[in-house]
Design a protein around this ligand. Structure first.
Ligand code: ADP
Ligand code: MG
Length: 329
């Protein structure tokens, strides 16, 4: 218990000077992560802001290389930011000692990797895998056993309790992995493309288990996915672009039409008033470099920066036949 006290001290300390995202489970404030390898610097996160409330189930989407895994690794306490602040359940991850980080990983977050083989120990059964984190936390044998079986049951893999990973399907392994991640009742469950190696049907079952973890066990879930089917099942989808959160989609249940939901797209407005417009929207209207704004009583209008009237003809381009192979173009 002394270990938990140590983490709690940090929490009180960190919340003393917090205001941005106060009360949120996750608050990333201008998060920067620069990797330097062989003299080349990569800015994986470029001032990312993110607030997630307790109890939310949120999907994170974005092109490959946009910084999703970098963010997940920082939230998991596996990596530290270069600049900016990040708080999870009141813990300031930027000022943690190595020991506090270890305690944080054991008790505050659960993590699921994309690679099924990475989540479970191959020589242990499903139940033993779920029991392992409980053993590290010092739980007694009976408590461990009943907690493991209860979790496997909730996640729909009770039938796998005595099987080793090689005796389970990929989807079953990932659902057991959710059980391992939940064993110590973390506040936050992180899953980095947990269905990336699975077919659509199996992915849906794993995703269903994440839903269950969120709705029945109350854990906050942040899941990275590139699967549009999956992101359609989530109320809040956040898009990351070039190391920043750019847009988000919120789905609301239509009253009187259960099952049907309508989605509203939002852009992130940062503390400096900057917002990123989705390229699909700006391209369609030929917006670039500068846009015209008009303040209305209840909204702000954004127009392309060109005079009213028919669009100007594009400048004439030379015919392909006019260019000879030697020309510099
Ligand atoms: P995503 O998960 O969205 O595909 P990542 O967070 O893995 O993106 O990567 C973001 C960027 O950081 C990429 O340009 C990637 O090449 C780079 N990157 C990630 N990890 C490292 C590393 N350990 N060293 C150097 N560059 C890295
Ligand atoms: Mg990734």
């Amino acid at each position: 218990m002394a270990e938990n006290l140590e983490l709690d001290e940090l929490r009180l300390d960190a919340s003393g000077h917090a205001d941005y995202g106060d009360g949120a489970l996750i608050a990333c404030d201008r998060l920067v992560r620069i990797y330097s390898a062989e003299g080349i610097e990569v800015q994986a996160l470029q001032g990312l802001d993110l607030i997630v409330a307790e109890g939310e189930l949120t999907a994170l989407v974005g092109a490959s290389g946009s910084g999703k895994s970098t963010l997940m690794n920082i939230l998991a306490g596996l990596d530290a930011p270069t600049a900016g602040t990040v708080r999870v359940a009141g813990h300031d991850l930027g000022i943690m000692s190595a020991r506090q980080r270890l305690l944080y990983r054991r008790s505050v977050v659960g993590f699921i990797w994309q690679q099924t083989a990475r989540n479970l120990l191959p020589y242990l059964t499903a139940a033993q895998n779920v029991e392992l984190p409980l053993r590290l936390a010092g739980s007694g044998r009976r408590t461990r056993r009943s907690r493991a079986l209860e979790l496997l049951d909730v996640l729909g893999v009770a039938h796998c309790a005595r099987r080793r990973p090689d005796q389970m399907s990929g989807g079953e392994q990932q659902r057991v992995a959710i059980g391992v991640a939940l064993a110590n009742s973390p506040s936050l469950l992180l899953a980095d493309e947990p269905t990336g190696e699975l077919d659509t049907e199996t992915a849906a079952s794993v995703f269903g288990a994440l839903h269950t973890a969120n709705s029945e066990l109350g854990v906050t879930v942040l899941v990275v996915t590139h699967d549009p089917e999956v992101s359609r099942m989530v109320r809040r989808v956040i898009a990351i672009r070039d190391g920043r959160t750019s847009t988000e989609t919120l789905r609301a249940q239509s009253p009187g039409e259960p099952g049907l939901s309508h989605a509203v797209e939002y852009a992130v407005l940062d503390r400096f008033g900057r917002l990123q417009l989705p390229t699909e929207m700006t391209d369609a209207l030929g917006m670039r470099d500068r846009v015209r704004l008009e303040a209305e009583p209840d909204h702000i209008g954004v127009w392309p920066d060109r005079p009213a009237g028919p669009p100007a003809d594009p400048p004439a381009l030379p015919e392909v036949s006019d260019i000879s192979p030697g020309d510099a173009i």
